[in-house]
Design a protein around this ligand. Sequence first.
Ligand SMILES: Cc1ncc(C[n+]2csc(CCOP(=O)(O)OP(=O)(O)O)c2C)c(N)n1
Ligand code: SF4
Ligand SMILES: [Mg+2]
Length: 313
Amino acid sequence: MSTVVNEPSSAIPASSVAGPVQIQRRPLNKKELASEHPTWCPGCGDFSVLAIYLKLVEKRQLDQERLVSVSGIGCSSRFPYFVQAHGAHFIHGRSIPFACGISLSRPDLHVFVFGGDGDIFSIGGNHITHAARKNIKLTVVIMDNFVYGLTKKQTSPTSPIGYKSKTDTLGAIDQPINPVKQVIAAGATFVARTSHTNPNHLLQMMEAAMDHDGFSVIECLSECVEFYPGAFDAANPRKGGAFNLVPPDHDVTDELAAYRLASAPFPGHFGIFYQVKRPTKNALEAQLNARAREKYAGLQDWQILQQSFNRMK
Ligand SMILES: Cc1ncc(C[n+]2csc(CCOP(=O)(O)OP(=O)(O)O)c2C)c(N)n1
Ligand code: SF4
Ligand SMILES: [Mg+2]
């Protein structure tokens, strides 16, 4: 006998039902995926990023248990708390290596990292570089507000020169990082830029990044209304600014053209700057593993590993 249960994807078949249970899966909608009420300040740009992520999951009918959001520490890094799916609020700056481990060991999952400009480019600056060059299949969304929000207004790696903060009371004097150029140089194979003020564009970028087979990075301007209000008005047509798209004739496989485009003064352009195909570490490692399994046919994975250790003795 086969019993059909129409339940959300989180449903567990009742053990009391006799015979094989066939679950007609219904992925959760964005309302069901939303967790407790986000604790961000009213008006914070991070709300839009969360809303669009939930919309993406709903639109693409992703099963909740196939979804992982990983973060470090910061206001933006509170993200995984607000999604009813797998997630980790990890150590400051270490979200990317944690996410790399998930991606490499569980190729069936959609792995997203959400983090702030400080989390990703200050303390986590080395990790994004290495994950990019290894082309690990995951998506990093940098919620860039040009400031450390959680710790109440310190200069971040993306704060513009002249920005007055608690660490630069006379105005920032250090050259800011250009996130797009930085991650292209590191070896990312998909690099895009968007803003929390343009939800349709943000959704498009998230979909394209998720579909990319490799390390994908989105810089999403996300305003900190508390410590840097108005930072992105120049990119917001509703505030008299301009949301300039990447020109349609831009060749996304041309690294130098992407650099040139990313060098435009703020607010610059929005869209996909760079996208190329390169084998992922996931695929390369899978090949190595397949070869080892073939060579040591009949052995369990742990026994193959043991053989490797034995050779090192
Ligand atoms: C090892 C360590 N160093 C420093 C801190 C303090 N700290 C917490 S969040 C943060 C920066 C947050 O800025 P950002 O990543 O831009 O996130 P936002 O709050 O702006 O979203 C810092 C320095 C910490 N929690 N752990
Ligand atoms: S301090 Fe800034 S970044 Fe943090 S929740 Fe408030 S508005 Fe958002
Ligand atoms: Mg920040």
